[in-house]
Write a protein that binds this ligand. Structure first.
Ligand SMILES: *[C@@H]1O[C@H](CO)[C@@H](O)[C@H](O)[C@H]1NC(C)=O
Ligand SMILES: *[C@@H]1O[C@H](CO)[C@@H](O)[C@H](O)[C@H]1NC(C)=O
Ligand SMILES: *[C@@H]1O[C@H](CO)[C@@H](O)[C@H](O)[C@H]1NC(C)=O
Ligand SMILES: *[C@@H]1O[C@H](CO)[C@@H](O)[C@H](O)[C@H]1NC(C)=O
Ligand SMILES: *[C@@H]1O[C@H](CO)[C@@H](O)[C@H](O)[C@H]1NC(C)=O
Ligand SMILES: *[C@@H]1O[C@H](CO)[C@@H](O)[C@H](O)[C@H]1NC(C)=O
Ligand SMILES: *[C@@H]1O[C@H](CO)[C@@H](O)[C@H](O)[C@H]1NC(C)=O
Ligand SMILES: *[C@@H]1O[C@H](CO)[C@@H](O)[C@H](O)[C@H]1NC(C)=O
Ligand SMILES: *[C@@H]1O[C@H](CO)[C@@H](O)[C@H](O)[C@H]1NC(C)=O
Ligand SMILES: *[C@@H]1O[C@H](CO)[C@@H](O)[C@H](O)[C@H]1NC(C)=O
Ligand SMILES: *[C@@H]1O[C@H](CO)[C@@H](O)[C@H](O)[C@H]1NC(C)=O
Ligand SMILES: *[C@@H]1O[C@H](CO)[C@@H](O)[C@H](O)[C@H]1NC(C)=O
Length: 714
């Protein structure tokens, strides 16, 4: 609670609950409650205790005062269904109503919202919908309501504009996570005691009203995830009580006004993420002495980070990611920020070395400096930190051997991202490297590293995701690979691995059955991006189960044991030297969404049973030596000709190469150059049967299209 008024209220309610009910409730109150019960279609056993003719003060969820007036209805999380009856408002002594976490239908009766007695009304998470009504004309004086929590329902349309005139005692309004539209009402500060206003996750548009500056008691203002535009009005800075100003994910623009910002000297959280702010961080930010969380990520801000930031000694989180900040981050003396836990400067234009002062932030657990121009070797001092998350990706750091000896001190590290560094260096093979055993995610791709799969890898028993693509690693796929009990994502594509595909690979436990994987969802301290900058992952289990051996020198046949990897969703063996048949057992991989076996020497027919792969949305078996008809059942009819190209002996109704005329047209025509009959078929099919097919095509495009678009994880 944020106000003394509320503390007082709670004390008052506590005293009430201690007072033993001396008298029983009136017949009229009993009647009102029974009417409420009648409105429910599912009372979840309430009727057992709510019986006509018994003292309703003793009914479940009901509290009375010593005069026998019902003061509280507490029926949160009761599994109630049906409508909230307006008769509840007939309880004239009612102070507190908590109906949160139920499954009602219909709306919130205006009689309840504009009750002349209720002080706390909580109907959050209750599946209510419809519009909120303007106050009835009978309500002329101000109402006692102090706390209104209508969050996480499906209320729509505009917030009733006259509400504020009659709710001048309101302290907390949480209307977040609904579908309110229209503008933020400028009249909201008619409630002089308003301390908490949460309007996040709605469809609000327009600007932030200047009148907000009149909210002299406002401490929490949250309007993230709406469609707001315009700039921060200067009047906003008159709301000097503000502690939490949170406006992420809107369309706000303009520069931060340093002269005015300092007026918000009580700020603890400033969250302006995912907007279109530009310009510099004003030097005056150092005067916000109480600042603990600063989120400026995903904007268009630039310039150097002011040295005065080190004056904000309470800072715990600094998020500057995905902006155009430049210069030397070392201007900031991080050693004064002893409470710093998260520092994220992903994708900016910082240069120089990573400031040494960072390594004295003893509470730092997540550090991301990826996609900048930092250079040099990894400082041994970083080993003093108890990092859980470290991302260095795409900076020209050098000396991987030294780096790994530093990382060896990381007992708590779960996420290590060093991709696109240490270019052309040799993968460290030192057997004494075993300090980072808690690693769950390691990304060492895109570095042209030489050498073999490191011998310390099997020690990482918690490893879930291993990314080694686009290096120059050689040697066979070692048989210890199946000792990685947690691994469900293995990408070694575009290396020079050779030899046969070992059976051990078909015995990776989490690719056979990953139900255990969800026991630990693999929380990452900073969101990861994957394939698309707008998709953020906070949990490793959000990644697909994947096995990618593409673009290597693997040879031999695809082991039929592949059918054991029952939970695999993406399989890529493309561009190797595999021969033999497509194993029938692949049809047992019923979770498969992406299958790429292209550019090998596979022969024989395409197993018709592939049509049982109902989730398959991308298929490429082009450039092999397959023959016979292309099966047409299931998803197979949805793939373009290019999925099958370069198999001269294939035929089918969809291919130019008709089965009936295999011998008549020995010259294979690359079909993509002509308007394909199949495309027309798709359009017709899509129009007739909805968007399912089109959607699949989009997924396909995304997958194969993404190969050229390097938006990997950093
Ligand atoms: C409760 O019982 C009284 C008689 O005892 C009856 O008049 C009244 O209609 C009943 N109320 C309800 C809601 O059933
Ligand atoms: C309503 O009850 C829920 C569940 O017990 C609780 O979390 C919530 O804080 C209560 N609301 C109020 C306003 O006390
Ligand atoms: C609704 O909001 C009030 C005031 O912030 C809060 O006390 C209550 O716990 C919230 N209800 C739920 C279910 O979280
Ligand atoms: C508002 O309610 C939502 C849940 O519906 C909750 O997540 C959020 O923290 C609440 N806001 C405030 C300021 O308490
Ligand atoms: C939004 O509300 C829905 C139910 O209506 C709930 O499942 C979801 O968790 C809520 N989201 C947030 C961010 O509170
Ligand atoms: C980003 O800011 C620069 C000036 O710093 C401006 O030229 C550019 O148009 C802005 N880009 C966007 C997308 O707003
Ligand atoms: C703020 O930081 C600047 C530069 O880092 C320093 O000169 C100044 O003394 C600091 N001011 C306060 C009040 O700490
Ligand atoms: C750091 O955090 C601790 C614990 O939350 C707190 O006691 C201390 O005052 C904080 N330090 C600063 C400089 O704010
Ligand atoms: C690992 O994390 C735990 C809890 O987060 C902490 O108590 C411990 O000191 C850390 N150990 C190291 C070596 O970082
Ligand atoms: C890498 O660092 C180690 C240890 O500091 C040093 O011995 C070695 O010479 C360095 N290698 C290169 C190529 O600079
Ligand atoms: C595969 O091996 C051959 C020699 O056996 C070599 O010329 C070729 O570069 C290798 N290809 C890859 C992708 O490593
Ligand atoms: C598919 O799996 C089932 C049961 O796990 C097995 O009996 C069957 O032989 C497999 N099919 C193929 C073609 O491997």
């Amino acid at each position: 609670m944020h106000s003394t008024a509320l503390v007082g209220l709670q004390l008052f309610l506590l005293l009430l609950s201690l007072a033993s009910p001396a008298s029983s409730c009136t017949e009229q109150e009993e009647h009102s409650l029974l009417q409420f019960l009648t409105g429910l279609s599912q009372d979840a056993g309430l009727a057992v205790s709510w019986r006509n003719g018994t003292d309703c003060c003793k009914w479940e969820g009901i509290t009375c005062n010593r005069d026998g007036d019902v003061t509280e209805v507490s029926l949160a999380s009761r599994g109630l269904e049906g409508r909230i009856s307006p008769h509840l408002a007939g309880l004239t002594g009612l102070l507190c109503v908590n109906l949160s976490h139920n499954s009602f239908s219909g709306g919130l009766p205006p009689e309840l919202m504009y009750s002349r007695s209720i002080i706390v009304l909580d109907v959050s998470f209750s599946r209510l919908s419809g519009v909120l009504h303007e106050p009835p004309s009978s309500v002329t004086t101000t109402l006692p309501l102090q706390v209104l929590n209508i969050s996480s329902n499906q209320f729509g349309a505009e917030f009733p504009s006259h509400t504020w005139k009659v709710m001048q005692n309101l302290v907390v309004l949480n209307a977040s996570n609904n579908s309110f539209t229209g503008h933020i009402l400028p009249s909201l500060c008619l409630s002089p005691s308003l301390a908490v206003l949460d309007l996040c996750y709605n469809q609000l548009s327009g600007g932030i009203p200047a009148a907000l500056g009149d909210c002299s008691m406002l401490k929490v203002f949250k309007v993230g995830h709406n469609k707001l535009s315009g700039t921060l009005p200067v009047e906003l800075f008159h709301a000097t009580s503000l502690e939490h100003l949170s406006i992420p994910n809107n369309g706000l623009q303009g520069e931060l006004d340093g002269a005015n910002m300092v007026k918000l000297s009580n700020l603890v959280t400033l969250d302006l993420r995912e907007n279109k702010f530009s310009g510099k961080i004003p030097g005056s930010i150092g005067q916000l002495k109480r600042l603990e969380e600063l989120y400026l990520g995903n904007n268009n801000m630039s310039g150097e980070v002011p040295s005065t930031l080190s004056n904000c000694t309470r800072l715990m989180i600094i998020d500057l990611k995905i902006n155009n900040f430049s210069g030397d981050l070392g201007r900031v003396n991080f050693s004064t920020l002893q409470n710093l836990t998260h520092l994220d400067v992903l994708r900016n234009n910082f240069s120089g070395i990573v400031p040494e002062s960072i390594y004295s932030c003893s509470n730092l657990i997540a550090l991301r400096v990826s996609l900048n121009h930092f250079h040099g070797e990894i400082s041994p001092r970083i080993g003093n930190l108890h990092l859980s998350f470290l991302s260095l990706a795409r900076n020209p750091f050098t000396n991987i051997t030294k780096a790994f000896h530093v990382f060896n001190g990381f007992r708590n590290i779960t996420t290590l991202i060093i991709a696109e560094n240490f270019v052309n260096e040799m993968m460290p093979q030192d057997e004494t490297l075993d300090g980072f055993r808690n690693l769950q995610y390691i990304h060492m791709a895109d570095s042209a590293l030489t050498g073999h799969l490191p011998v310390w890898l099997p020690k990482l028993r918690n490893l879930k995701v291993l990314k080694l693509s686009n290096n120059r690693l050689t040697g066979p796929m070692p048989s210890w690979i199946n000792s990685l009990h947690s691994l469900f994502y293995l990408d070694v594509s575009n290396n020079s691995f050779a030899g046969q595909i070992p059976i051990a690979l078909m015995e990776i436990p989490m690719l056979k059955d990953n139900t255990a994987a969800y026991l630990d969802p693999g929380h990452v301290e900073l969101p990861l991006f994957w394939r698309n900058i707008s998709r953020q992952y906070h949990f490793l289990t959000a990644f697909p189960t994947l096995l990618n051996l593409g673009i290597n020198n693997f040879t031999g046949v695809i082991p039929s044991e592949i059918g054991q990897l029952k939970v695999l969703s993406e399989l890529d063996f493309s561009s190797n030297k595999l021969y033999g048949l497509v194993p029938l057992s692949i049809c047992n991989l019923t979770k498969l969404e992406v299958l790429d076996l292209s550019n090998n020497h596979l022969r024989g027919v395409i197993p018709a049973a592939l049509e049982s792969l109902h989730f398959l949305s991308a298929l490429n078996i082009s450039n092999n030596d397959l023959e016979g008809p292309v099966p047409t059942g299931g998803q197979l009819s949805t793939f373009p000709d290019s999925s099958f190209d370069g198999n001269p002996k294939l035929c089918g109704t969809m291919l130019i190469h008709q089965c009936s005329s295999v011998r008549a047209h020995p010259i294979y025509i690359i079909s993509a150059k002509q308007p394909s009959v199949k495309v027309i078929f798709f359009i017709a099919f899509g129009l007739f049967f909805g968007v399912g097919v089109i959607y699949d095509q989009l997924v396909l495009y995304r997958y194969f299209g993404s190969a050229h678009f390097n938006c990997n994880l950093f």
